[in-house]
Write a protein that binds this ligand. Structure first.
Ligand code: NAD
Length: 430
């Protein structure tokens, strides 16, 4: 039987522990989530019937600050998945040196089957159910797969109604009109782009001679495709949940984005069109896309996309993980053995939470920044931490993933030392 997502995620921690010297107490704490909440979410449907959805929120670790993490709406959402995503958030926030711990939430459903009004009632009902578990200094929400700025706006509004106080800093990724930050929409992609800019020249790769395939054409994948194409990279393949397209000469990404946007159906708040509908290019399956002979492969959809079953089909030399957990730990080992470089999720996709942090800072100070200011701060942070992790990986001769965990563990260990004093008293130890 294959490992649960969380068991598999924990293996990365075990590997990194060999390269750090931190106390056993810290390690013990990091093996378990601080708190997990499962809730039943009642929703009145448009036809008058009542449906109960299953939702979760996990606060994994708050050693470095309030927990922070997205909310996912997807049929595969489970406590195991949410816990794994909260675990990754803990390390991601430490990698970027953000004053946060890791959290995550989700609701198990196919959101494309709900009307816009049903989605709003669902989102508000979720907040009713978890309101006592979250807060701007406790646990802060953000968008993830199939949630967006509008949904974040409903959630913030609902929390403010419950607290009888406008509380913008409880949710990030909000619409600009409700206290959102300039640049939050494209932040994950922009951050990934900055990391690639820092890394690829180390391998003498120049944009015009670099081919790229991207799995997932959503908030992260589509924006990154456009940034890369604009910078001169040859983006030869993209895909979404329905399949993908490939053109050896490179795709016209702005047209594909426009096509997806303009042909969208009006059902709920989701884009109904698919990149597959653009017929001038060769149609490929998601499995084919992963196996394309390209320089750079970017999984930007969901976890567990590259596993022991398909790892030997991978031909790309460099993989940048924009999705969370797209490669299993067993597949990771095979890729390393084959000399394929993997740049890990907890670094590459951290631009999203970094600009979420900027949004939270702006909400609390009441002073709002321009897009240029946001991107300049994001660039500085992404490049600084990428270079630090690169140095750790070179010095210890370890993968970038293990180096990122080592970097994060050192910061978590440092913070835990202070908390450790309290643990001694609580436990009555000397
Ligand atoms: P999104 O909902 O905007 O887009 C998801 C995309 O993946 C869509 O194009 C969808 O069609 C596609 N997809 C779904 N199932 C697929 C499948 N089986 N094969 C191929 N494509 C599939 O979500 P997003 O925000 O772009 O998130 C994508 C990934 O990036 C997730 O792993 C998420 O956790 C991660 N991430 C997102 C953010 C953020 O700020 N949005 C931040 C960090 C990490």
């Amino acid at each position: 039987m294959s490992d649960s997502l969380f068991t598999d995620a924990s293996k990365r921690l075990e590997t990194a522990l060999k390269y750090v010297s931190i106390s056993d107490d810290v390690i013990e704490h990091l093996k378990y989530p601080k708190a997990s909440l499962s809730v039943s979410i009642p929703v009145r449907m448009d036809d008058g019937s009542l449906r109960i959805f299953q939702g979760y929120r996990v606060r994994y670790d708050d050693t470095r600050g309030p927990t922070k993490g997205g909310v996912r709406y997807h049929p595969n959402v489970s406590l195991d998945e949410v816990q794994s995503l909260a675990f990754w958030m803990t390390f991601k926030c430490a990698v970027l040196n953000l004053p946060y711990g890791g959290g995550k939430g989700g609701i198990t459903l196919n959101p494309k089957t709900l009307s816009r009004m049903e989605l709003e009632r669902l989102s508000r009902s979720y907040i009713d159910a978890i309101a006592d578990f979250i807060g701007p200094d406790v646990d802060i929400l953000a968008p993830d797969v199939y949630t967006n700025a509008m949904i974040m706006g409903w959630m913030m509004d609902q929390y403010s109604i419950i607290r009888r106080q406008i509380t913008p800093a409880v949710v990030t990724g909000k619409p600009i009109a409700m206290g959102g930050s300039a640049g939050r929409d494209g932040a994950t992609a922009t951050g990934a782009f900055f990391t690639m800019e820092a890394i690829l020249p180390k391998f003498d790769l120049i944009p015009q001679e670099t081919t790229v395939a991207i799995q997932g054409f959503g908030k992260a994948g589509a924006v990154l495709a456009e940034l890369l194409a604009k910078a001169g990279y040859r983006v030869v393949a993209v895909s979404d949940s329905q399949g993908g397209i490939y053109a050896k000469k490179g795709l016209d990404i702005p047209s594909i984005r426009q096509y997806k946007t303009t042909t969208q159906g009006v059902k709920a708040v989701y884009c109904q069109s698919s990149v597959c509908n653009i017929v001038e290019h060769e149609i490929v399956s998601n499995e084919d896309l992963l196996a394309l002979d390209v320089d750079v492969l970017i999984p930007a959809a969901l976890e567990n996309q590259i596993t022991e079953d398909n790892v030997d089909t991978i031909k790309a030399k460099y993989i940048f993980e924009v999705a969370n957990g797209p490669i299993t730990s067993a597949a990771d080992k095979r890729l390393e053995a084959k000399g394929i470089y993997v740049f890990p999720d907890i670094l590459v996709n951290a631009g999203g939470v970094t600009v979420s942090y900027f949004e939270w800072v702006q909400n609390r100070s009441g002073l709002y920044w321009s897009l240029e200011e946001v991107n300049q701060r994001l660039r500085q942070k992404m490049i600084e931490e990428t270079e630090k992790i690169w140095s750790v990986s070179q010095e210890l001769a370890i993968s970038m993933r293990t180096a990122a965990y080592v970097h994060a563990l050192n910061r978590l260990g440092e913070a835990r030392k202070v908390k450790g004093t309290r643990d001694y008293y609580v436990n009555g130890k000397d």
